[in-house]
Design a protein around this ligand. Structure first.
Ligand SMILES: [Zn+2]
Length: 314
């Protein structure tokens, strides 16, 4: 029997699913509301219903990308900032109760799934090892080493957003100070604009979610303060990338997520800073590329998580 793999990406608004074949061809897809803002119980109901909707497809394994920190050893969702009531939630057990099937399920952080998606089907194709950075609400990451997703011993690897770049800096959602996520993310941009007297006035009345886009527009209109913020953003991103490159010596770094839309406003500073900070030959041949799959990277990556979790066909 030909195997089929179902991948699901859990987002703040939607659950998205795709089915792929052994070769990676997309055979089907679907989407429904996640209602994540209504809490974990509602989300689990929606997720179980969504998976059951694929019951006629004879799925060999399911991969799920989860927007939070997942403890693989205990099957618990340690924390998920965008889903209410998730602290140490027994995700794996609740899912198994909800779907009531023997189909194997493999769970990964959503940014790790996105990295695997870009690696196998997007900007990372052809590289051996790669790091992906997702610049969304936060600063997500995923690490591919020698062709395999590196999730760490318990599934916690790739939390690159919590690299410290200023020990006495701004308070991060994780409780520490000065994580790169507090300088290079949507949350960071909103805070920096709020704290900036001149830009705070210029963007007063702008809907909170539209602030990064408006800041990009201002920079394109040659507003000096806005340009300066994107320059700092690029420099700080370069600091983060150089730390990763100095440790891992990867030659491909893929940058995606909503803020990558402001690419031309920050990438020059990012390249400059990375070049300056990478030691020896670590920067030789380094390619910092823009992600190409958009929202599909996470859901395709979840399909590949299912496939690699099950292993080679016997
Ligand atoms: Zn942090």
């Amino acid at each position: 029997m030909k195997r089929k793999f179902l991948g699901i990406d859990i987002g703040g608004t939607n659950l998205r699913g795709k089915i792929i074949s052994e070769k990676g061809d997309v055979l089907g897809e679907g989407k429904t509301r996640s209602d994540a803002h209504m809490g974990i119980s509602r989300l689990m109901e929606n997720l179980a219903g969504f998976i059951k909707g694929f019951a006629g497809e004879e799925i060999s394994a399911i991969g799920i990308g989860i927007p939070g920190v997942f403890d693989r050893r205990n099957g618990t969702l340690v924390q998920a900032p965008n889903i209410a009531n998730t602290k140490n939630f027994p995700f794996a057990a609740a899912l198994s109760d909800g779907i009531g099937t023997a189909t194997p399920v493999f769970i990964e952080n959503d940014a790790s799934c996105a990295a695997l998606g870009e690696y196998l089907a997007g900007a990372g194709r052809g590289s051996d090892s790669m790091v992906m950075i997702t610049l969304g609400t936060g600063f997500g990451g995923g690490i591919i080493l020698d062709g395999r997703l590196w999730s760490g011993e318990d599934g916690f690897a790739g939390e690159v957003g919590h690299i410290t770049i200023d020990p006495s800096g701004s308070l991060c959602s994780c409780g520490a100070r000065g994580c790169i996520e507090t300088y290079v993310s949507q949350v960071a941009i909103k805070r920096i604009v709020r704290e900036h007297t001149e830009l705070g006035k210029k963007l007063a009345g702008t809907e909170e979610s539209a602030i990064p886009e408006r800041l990009a527009e201002l920079a394109r209109e040659k507003d000096r303060a806005a340009i300066s913020i994107w320059n700092d953003f690029g420099t700080n991103l370069g600091v983060g990338i150089s730390i990763l490159v100095n440790i891992l010596d990867v030659k491909t770094v893929v940058v995606g997520g909503g803020l990558s839309g402001a690419w031309e406003l920050f990438i020059g500073k990012t390249l400059e800073e990375t070049e300056r900070r990478c030691l020896g030959g670590a920067a030789r041949g380094l390619r910092i590329k823009r992600a190409v799959l958009g929202d599909d990277s996470g859901v395709l990556g979840a399909c590949y998580v299912a496939k690699s979790g099950l292993g080679e066909s016997s």
